[in-house]
Design a protein around this ligand. Structure first.
Ligand code: MRU
Length: 351
């Protein structure tokens, strides 16, 4: 199978690839009500900052569809509630609250419509958010590939691919673009403990695309850098603060420190919907603490003694001074980031 279905789409209700079953099975989940959308995000059947934003937008459209409200103002009250439930599903990725806010803004701006017309308008907006995300990913690919001109070996962490977005990916977008141009490229894929997004998802996704990859455990990254086998690192992000500090999957900060020690560039690829100008710096980004069972177990299999203390911060923050460049659909930002990030967000909002 070479044609990977979309990550998230609407077919009467929000539908998504069940990312907990990959790569063993390509299962589809149909979310019949708001609670199942929230549960799909919380349990990480769908994950990756842009993908959970799109799912949440469809969740808002579903909440409107399921609501029996007879007036648009009552419908909007339901949407305010739905937004706060969806936003609480996962706290770190700003794309989630960004998407639900955009849906709420559209509802409020169209409050004069009849409820059924408003429901239609909301679904159209969710579809637009999905389509724009795919377009942004492709633009990230075109901008980002210019940074990879001399690059053969890229290391990536977690999954910032098509599965984490509408399609095509953020960190994987420049890699895909280079591959589509017929240039050789090889990807070191960190397995990404504890949830194994690299091993389960990125390796599968690159294999489907016919891109050369080698799967490694996270603790092998330093070794391959020391051996001179890593030309650059590309990761995605869940939230970029106004000063350029980057929250991403736990382990990214460690890679950034290693990259600095080995004089390897660290690129962050993300759509402008991941930039949070309201958050001044990384210290203000909430870090999701996930179930310790994700650390003590692989699947259903326990790998640690019962009753021990376990920690599971799901993300870390890489300070801006360790980031070589930030690639968005608007172009490439270099340090110092603050002004360029601001300009990029303004340009995206004006488009
Ligand atoms: O916990 P996850 O799998 O949702 O974390 C995903 C990441 O950290 C990605 O790198 C980030 O969301 C960017 S996805 C384009």
């Amino acid at each position: 199978m070479n044609e990977v279905p979309k990550t998230v789409w609407w077919d009467d209700v929000p539908c998504l690839i069940d990312q907990l079953r990959l790569p063993a099975m390509l299962d589809i989940v149909r979310c019949e009500d708001l609670n199942s959308v929230i549960e799909a995000i919380r349990s990480m059947q769908v994950r990756g900052a842009p993908a959970i934003g799109i799912t949440a937008a469809y969740g808002m459209a579903l909440a409107a569809k399921r609501s029996t409200a007879q007036t648009s103002s009552k419908l909007i009250e339901k949407l305010v509630k739905a937004k706060s439930l969806l936003d609480a599903a996962r706290p770190t990725a700003i794309n989630l609250a960004w998407a639900t806010q955009r849906m709420l803004d559209i509802a409020q701006a169209n409050a004069q419509l009849e409820p059924d017309q408003l429901r239609q308008r909301l679904l159209a907006e969710a579809e637009t958010i999905r389509d724009q995300d795919e377009a942004m990913c492709r633009a990230i690919g075109q901008h980002g590939k210019t940074l990879l001109a001399q690059t053969r070996n890229v290391l990536t962490h977690c999954n910032a691919g098509g599965l984490a977005t509408a399609a095509y990916g953020t960190a994987l977008a420049p890699i895909r673009a280079v591959h589509e141009d017929g240039q050789p490229i090889h990807v070191w894929v960190d397995e990404t403990r504890p949830f194994l997004q690299g091993a389960r998802l990125t390796a599968w996704e690159l294999q489907q695309a016919g891109i050369d990859l080698t799967l490694i455990t996270d603790n092998m990254a330093a070794y391959f850098m020391q051996q001179g086998h890593v030309d650059c690192i590309i990761v995605g992000s869940d939230r970029i603060a106004a000063n350029g500090d980057v929250a991403n999957k736990i382990g990214t900060y460690g890679l950034a420190v290693l990259a600095k020690a080995h004089n390897i560039p660290l690129y962050v690829a993300a759509p402008t919907s991941t930039i949070d100008l309201q958050t001044a710096n990384g210290a203000a980004i909430p870090i999701e603490q996930r179930s310790t069972q994700e650390v003590t177990h692989i699947g259903q299999q326990a790998i640690a003694a019962e009753g021990i203390k376990v920690a599971h911060p799901a993300f870390d923050v890489t300070p801006a001074h360790l980031v070589t460049a930030i690639i968005t659909e608007q172009g490439i930002a270099y340090p110092p980031f603050a002004e360029q990030l601001h300009t990029m967000v303004e340009a995206a909002n004006a488009a």
